[in-house]
Structures are given as C-alpha cells and as structure tokens.
Design a protein around this ligand. Structure first.
Ligand code: HEM
Length: 415
C-alpha cells in the first residue's frame, strides 16, 4: 500500500507542553472535539523532550474502539521502539523500560518470568499484609489529623506493596519511590527545580539502576522468598538474565507500581468527595459496591494517560492512512470518557456495569500485569478511609505537569 505523505497538523495541538499544564476538564474538552471530528489526528512531535525528535509528527488516537484496536494488534503497532511520546536514546530505553518496550517473542518470555508473582492467587497470599498496612496508614492519618493526603496516605500503600513483593530493604524504599517520581515528573517545573529535564531523568534513572544492581547482587548471595530472588535465579532460553535486564525490570516495576495506584487513590478519594451520594452508596454497602466501584474509580482517574506504539507496516486506522515507522499515541483518558461507550461519561457511577475502561490499557500482550494487586490495594484503602475517617475533607489537588502520568503532587486534608 502506498501511503499519502501530505499530512496537515491538526489545529488543536495536544503535543504542546502548555496543553499538558491545563486542567483535566480543559484537556478533555479538546479530546471530545477530536473524538467527534478527527478521531485519528496528526500533531507535531511532543514539546519538552530530552532530545530533538526524529519524527515529523505523531498520530493521536482518541476513541475507545481505536485505542483497543491499536493495543490488540501488536504486529502492526509495536512497543519495541519505545512507548513514550518523546524520543529517548536507545540505551536509555532499554535501561528503563524492560519488557514494556519489547515485542514478541522476547516480551512474552520476560513477562512470563514475573507473571507468577502477580496472579490473583499470588496476590491472595499477601492480602492480609496489604490489609494490615492499609489499617496502619489510616491509624497514622488519624493521629496526624491533617496534612498532605499524598504523603500521609496515597503514596504509602503502593510503595509498601510493590517493594514488599520485590523484597527491597525497607530502609531504601522511600528513596526508590522518590526516584521513580522523578522519572515521570521531568516536565514539571516544581520537580525540575531549576534543572534540565534530561538531567533529572538521567539522575533518577542512574539512581534506580544502581539500586537495582546492588539489590540483585545482594539477593544472589542472600536468596529469599521474593520477586528479586526469582529474577536472579531465572533463565530465559537457557540463559540467566543479565544484571542490566534485572535492573531495568526494577526501574519498570518502581514506576509502574508507585505512580499509578497512588494517583488512583488521590483522584478517587477526591471524586468520592465531589460525588457525596456515590460515596454514601459505597459506605452503606461496601462489599456489594466495591467491585464495580474500583473499576469506575480507575476509569475516572485514568492515572496512565497515554502510551505510544510504532507502526511496523503501512496501514489504515479509521480510514486514515498511516505509514510504516509512524508513531501512534493512544489517549486512555479520552477513551475512558468516550460517550460512544460510556453513558454519562462525566458522572462518577460506582455501579456502572459493564465498565470496559482502558485504565490498565486496551488489552493485548502489554495489559497491566499489576491489575489484581492494584485493585486490591484500592479496595483496602477505601475500606479503611470510609469506615474510619468519615469526616475526611480534601482540599484542591495540585497536579503534575506531564503527558504520561495523571499525577497529584499534593492535596491538603483534614480528618
Ligand atoms: C491503578 C494502578 C495501575 C494502572 C492504572 C496501571 C496501568 C498500566 C497500563 C496502562 C499499562 C500498559 C498497558 C498496555 O500497554 O496495554 C500497564 C503495564 C504494566 N503495569 Fe500497570 N498499572 C497500575 C498498577 C500497576 C502495579 C501495582 C504494578 C506492579 C506492581 C504494575 C505493573 C505493570 C507492568 C509490569 C506493566 C508492563 C506489562 C507489559 O508490558 O507486559 N502496574 N499498567
């Protein structure tokens, strides 16, 4: 197929940094127009990257149906050349993304190594511990009385869970989570604090890699019952994983496990306050409602806003010709408000069923590996908050500027 090369940039720019500094509702207004008028639209390369882009532009996909189609066709839309909007040097990609940025068959082999730790059954084994942690976090919140909800509540349970599964020394967990935050915050002036984006990203990545390498080395000599021990002992095609591969997995899991669930908790808690009748519904019949509520809070929060793919062969999407080598960015936040799929998409409806949200991705081989453990954490923290902190009052969230994670940096609270 010959693909037309005449492409005009859409006038509604979603690759300006300014766009990602606007409020969620303002961005959603733009996405709604794109969903209606130009569901597959062409935009200049993302502004604010750490190196000049080699791409002429990027396709932006806003409808639910198309996000799912792209996700489920990895042969045409591959991940192996990166999944972010910005160009990054190849060594940085392999050092930071692990199998998130791999394609079959390597992706499947690496994912299989760690999948066993994330099954529903495996998560059930640590449920009691997650419950106990959620309880302790809310004990501390009640003792504190007031403060920053992100520090006091949202960040603690995801950090504890992911590093407990890995087996990381508690003394360095805070530092690891802080470095992971920097990895997704390099477009935010607050996070940059006068430094260049590349410098922040590099420092954070090197810090996490060093930590991952040391940790792997320690587990080789002191094996335990944890994910890191599995990794240092595992073999793919008869070969042990290299230190670099293990360290890259540590980086992936640090970002994927911390910066996602945390923001679902912050944004979810705020949503329950903004929709008090929904909050009452959940409080009055927690066990009956929490199943559908968790999915709705994930749809509502959409903490991972986008992932990108690279096109491996000339193709078409909704009649738009797309050339081999082009980049395609999937807008999960937009797909999760698509009125073609979700009735009253701007209302929080904790009983919504079915709820085919794409918070964990649109399906296909990269679908979130941590989905069971994330859902369980959400369940436990809201169970504690609703029963034990009924007067929780949250102030305005301060949002992170960036095109990847829908982050809440701070949110004042009193109990
Ligand atoms: C609310 C919380 C979470 C959200 C919204 C979320 C979202 C996502 C999304 C959108 C993807 C990409 C899916 C795709 O490309 O199809 C993904 C992949 C992944 N997630 Fe999550 N995630 C969450 C929690 C977690 C947790 C707690 C962990 C681990 C402890 C985790 C581990 C991973 C891993 C390892 C991948 C890569 C899978 C692959 O490439 O095969 N996630 N997640």
């Amino acid at each position: 197929m010959t693909v037309a090369t005449d492409r005009a940039f859409h006038p509604l720019r979603v690759t300006d940094l300014d766009f990602w500094g606007r409020t969620f509702d303002e961005r959603e207004e733009v996405f709604r127009t794109l969903r209606d008028e130009a569901p597959v639209s062409w935009h200049p390369p993302m502004e604010g990257g750490i190196m000049p882009s080699e791409q002429e532009g990027v396709w932006v996909v806003t409808r639910h149906e198309d996000v799912r189609a792209v996700s489920r066709d990895p042969e045409t839309f591959c991940s192996g050349q990166g999944v972010q909007w910005e160009d990054v040097p190849d060594d940085l990609l392999s050092a930071s993304h692990s199998f998130l940025a791999e394609d079959a068959p390597r992706h499947g082999a690496l994912r299989a190594l760690v999948s066993a730790a994330f099954t529903r059954k495996q998560v059930q084994l640590i449920e009691q511990q997650i419950k106990a942690q959620a309880q302790r976090i809310v004990d501390d919140l009640l003792d504190a009385g007031e403060g920053d909800f992100v520090e006091l509540v949202s960040k603690r349970l995801p950090m504890w869970t992911v590093y407990e599964m890995m087996g990381l020394d508690p003394a360095v967990r805070d530092e690891a989570a802080h470095l992971a935050d920097q990895m997704v915050g390099f477009n935010d002036l607050d996070v940059l604090d006068g430094r260049e984006p590349g410098e922040v990203l590099n420092e954070a990545l090197v810090g996490l890699l060093m930590m991952g390498l040391e940790f792997a080395d320690h587990r080789r000599n002191h094996p335990a019952e944890d994910l890191m021990t599995n990794l240092v002992q595992a073999e793919v095609d008869g070969q042990r994983l290299t230190d670099d591969e293990i360290a890259a997995f540590f980086v992936l899991i640090s970002v994927a496990g911390n910066d996602t669930t945390r923001n679902t908790i912050s944004l979810g808690a705020r949503a329950l306050q903004d929709f008090p009748e929904q909050r009452a519904l959940l409080r009055d019949d927690f066990d009956g409602v929490i199943g559908t509520a968790t999915d709705e809070l994930l749809r509502w929060a959409s903490p991972v806003m986008t992932f990108r793919r690279t096109v491996t062969r000339d193709t078409e999407l909704r009649g738009v010709p797309i050339a081999e080598g082009d980049w395609v960015a999937m807008m999960y936040t937009s797909a999760n408000r698509d009125e073609r799929v979700f009735d009253r998409p701007y209302e929080l409806d904790l009983l919504r069923k079915p709820n085919p949200h794409v918070g964990f991705g649109g399906g296909g081989p990269h679908f979130c590996l941590g989905n069971f453990v994330a859902k369980f954490q959400i369940r436990e923290i809201f169970s504690q908050l609703l029963t034990r902190a009924p007067n929780l009052d949250l102030g305005e969230p301060e949002h992170l500027v960036g095109n990847f994670v829908r982050g809440v940096k701070r949110m004042p609270c009193t109990v």
